[in-house]
Design a protein around this ligand. Structure first.
Ligand code: XMP
Length: 515
């Protein structure tokens, strides 16, 4: 395992993912993790992340100075390197010229850390401080035009520092450097593979669950579906999957989900038809937050009732992923135990967002995984590609894509319009070009003309976006003929819609969903 101490860098998670891509397990821990705690964890290497501060600022985050004496190889990245230099007696100062963006790295010592990194490689820089004097025993491994000490090492103590960010994709030799650190310096074995994860998880689930029963709320998304496959393989019919149909899914999706699980893979799913209950809850409600609140609340009620009917259960399986449990610099870590005090709670409603006071013990087999790792596991255990690569879909579903009051009629209109969007992007072979692609129904009406007749009907908004992670997004530059086909079909085929508009707002300032 490689431990990453997070000093508040936007790239700490990315470092962890890069390490895992070398098939070595890595975890992001708070910078406050003590040397003692690290010794107990016994990582094969430690990486100190970058961070927004200057090491000489008052109150700048410091690591436990004992970590340099653990005998574990350490790589400091940017702020992490500056901290290493400062704590070990060197000097860090504001640079005459900061370095932001690409820089060529000239190699002075092509051994250990920089083996196979080409002289002149492009590396990504982002720093306003520079180290102006190295601590005793350190040597320069590489420089750039503006930074004479861009990579440094204390070979004997296996302490390394780089001023650039090897983890970002723009750093051309970055992966080679990370592999050198992980394999040659830390001597890690490439044992973090999907196959090993699946085998070990199955073993752990069996050991934990024994002959008890587990309940899983299935949503049809990749996380809960992967959980269902994994748990079913581990404990067979001691798993009960429950699918609550709120009535806000896309056209044909509940039926398809039941078909895939029940018929294709013989994983029995309890179908709960709660459509009328949810719709009744939303009658007359137009405020987006109130809609979300009511849907979340009703979901918990249905879930409790149905779990009592089907139970008793000992465990509740949740699709918690690693980004939800990361001990990042700004999370609250008990300095004595290293345990998180405050657990980050998603404000979004989804099946993973059940309250903690339900009477179940939790089982969270995916809590070590990043989203892309979940997809790998999903494929490895045989989930069909249509679930593995399905676009994200919000827990409250179409209800937050109908602006204003949700009615059965409006749901039908939106479902039909949304189906045409999906159908056309699939026909154009563009489904995977988007992060999400959907329709939004507006409660207003506008005037149109069809077959010499005046119409007065709703507009539909097309939201086709690209994104890496849903945190930021851009509207997709799609071919006009695709927009034209979608628009024509919606206006002609969906009764109640006479106008189609395209949303050209990025996130920020817009959000992806309209509510
Ligand atoms: P926004 O609208 O905040 O959406 O830009 C970001 C991403 O989150 C999805 N989303 C949700 N997912 N439960 C979920 O599981 C929710 O309540 C929810 N609301 C938004 C949205 O589809 C987008 O991918």
């Amino acid at each position: 395992m490689i431990a990453i101490l997070d000093f508040g860098s936007q790239y700490s998670e990315l470092i962890a993912r890069r390490i895992r891509e070398t098939n070595v397990y890595s975890e992001v821990l708070s910078y406050r993790t003590s040397a003692e705690q690290l010794r107990n964890l016994s990582p094969k290497g430690i990486i100190l992340s970058g961070g927004p501060n200057s090491v000489y600022d008052e109150g700048a985050p410091q690591c436990d100075p004992q970590i340099w004496h653990l005998g574990i190889p350490i790589l400091g990245v940017c702020y992490g390197m500056q901290l290493m230099v400062q704590q070990l007696g060197g000097k860090v100062e504001r640079a005459k010229r900061g370095e932001y963006g690409k820089a060529s790295l000239y190699i002075d010592d092509p051994t250990d850390l920089l083996t196979n990194v080409e002289d002149g490689s492009t590396m990504w820089m982002s720093h306003g401080d520079s180290c102006t004097m190295l601590p005793e025993g350190f040597e320069i491994l590489a420089h750039t035009e503006n930074t004479p000490r861009a990579a440094i090492a204390h070979h004997e103590k296996k302490l390394f520092g780089v001023q650039f960010h090897p983890e970002v994709v723009h750093s051309v030799g970055g992966i080679a450097l990370i592999r050198n650190f992980v394999y040659h310096i830390c001597e890690c074995e490439p044992t973090w593979t999907t196959e090993v994860f699946v085998e070990e998880s199955i073993r752990e689930i069996r050991a934990k669950v024994g002959d008890k029963r587990v309940l899983l709320a299935l949503s049809g998304g990749v996380d809960s579906s992967t959980l269902a496959f994994l748990l079913h393989r581990a404990i067979g019919d001691r798993l009960t999957c429950m699918f609550i149909d709120q009535g806000f899914m896309r056209k044909g999706e509940p039926e398809r989900l039941m078909q895939i699980f029940n018929e294709q893979f013989h994983i029995p799913v309890e179908y709960v038809n709660a459509r009328d209950r949810f719709l009744a809850q939303l009658q007359g409600i137009t405020d987006p937050e109130e809609k979300r609140r009511r849907i979340g609340h009703e979901f918990i009620k249905v879930f409790e009732e149905e779990s009592q009917r089907l139970g008793p259960f000992d465990y509740l399986a949740q699709g918690t992923l690693y980004p939800d449990v990361i001990e990042s610099a700004d999370s609250n870590v008990d300095p004595k135990t290293g345990e998180r005090i405050a657990v980050k709670i998603k404000s979004h409603h989804n099946v993973g967002g059940l309250p903690k006071n339900l009477r179940f013990k939790l089982i969270e087999p995916l809590r070590k995984l990043f989203k892309d790792e979940v997809r790998n596991v999903a494929r490895a255990i045989g989930l069909p590609e249509e679930i593995v690569r399905r676009h994200p879909f919000p827990g409250p579903g179409l209800a937050i894509r109908i602006i204003g009051e949700v009615t059965a009629e409006r749901l039908n209109i939106l479902r039909d319009a949304d189906y045409i969007v999906r159908d056309e992007i699939s026909k154009h072979d563009m489904y995977h070009d988007f992060w999400q692609a959907f329709a939004v129904l507006l409660p207003i009406r506008s005037v149109g003309v069809m077959g010499d007749k005046r119409t007065y009907a709703h507009p539909v908004v097309l939201r086709l976006i690209t994104s890496e992670d849903g945190m930021t997004a851009d509207w997709a530059r799609v071919p006009y003929d695709l927009l034209e086909t979608i628009s024509n079909r919606i206006v002609n085929e969906v009764k109640g819609v006479n106008r189609v508009v395209y949303d050209i707002t990025s996130k920020p300032p817009g959000t992806i969903e309209w509510e």
